[in-house]
Ligand binder design. Sequence first.
Ligand SMILES: CC(C)=CCNc1ncnc2c1ncn2[C@@H]1O[C@H](COP(=O)(O)O)[C@@H](O)[C@H]1O
Length: 180
Amino acid sequence: MNICVFLSAADLDERYTRPARELAELLGEGGHTLVWGGSDTGLMKVVADGVRETGGRLVGVSVDFLREWARRDADEMVFAEDLAARKALLLARADAVVVLAGGLGTLDEVTEVLELRKHGLHDKPVVLLNTAGFYDGLALQLRRMEEEGFLPVPLSGLFVLADTAADAFAHLEESVVGPR
Ligand SMILES: CC(C)=CCNc1ncnc2c1ncn2[C@@H]1O[C@H](COP(=O)(O)O)[C@@H](O)[C@H]1O
């Protein structure tokens, strides 16, 4: 599988690095490909290191203005002209998307993939890894949109929430590869 992971570029504590590493190891051990923003910083580095050390492939999609932060040993590294082009490339290269804890960059990315999915412009599975309830607030907002008529499709058709990296990975396997 080619799995796009959106997540923080910041250095975070063990509460966030542990599940990031766990997901990375599941991807790497399965021989899967990480498609990510390409930076060698923060949680983005934790995931890329984990995938690399356990046998997976790294496909980075960075952007010109962040070139200096790009990882040097990725199997592939593409530099998009701007953030919009980068998001399109990240999604195009992926079979599914996993969203880990992140800031505004991550929020921008997850909003775009959900909006495109809402319009039926892709049908790639989207999993939010809800580490320590990080996405409870976003889920609450989205549920209010659904309940009050702001969404033309059921929320359940847009994404799933997973409590652990193992649950997120199991959902990816089932939705991308199919039941065993
Ligand atoms: C220290 C420094 C300037 C690092 C470089 N910073 C970044 N490098 C690469 N991608 C980024 C960077 N900042 C944001 N992004 C994009 O936005 C997301 C992370 O942003 P954030 O930390 O959640 O808001 C990533 O999924 C990535 O695709």
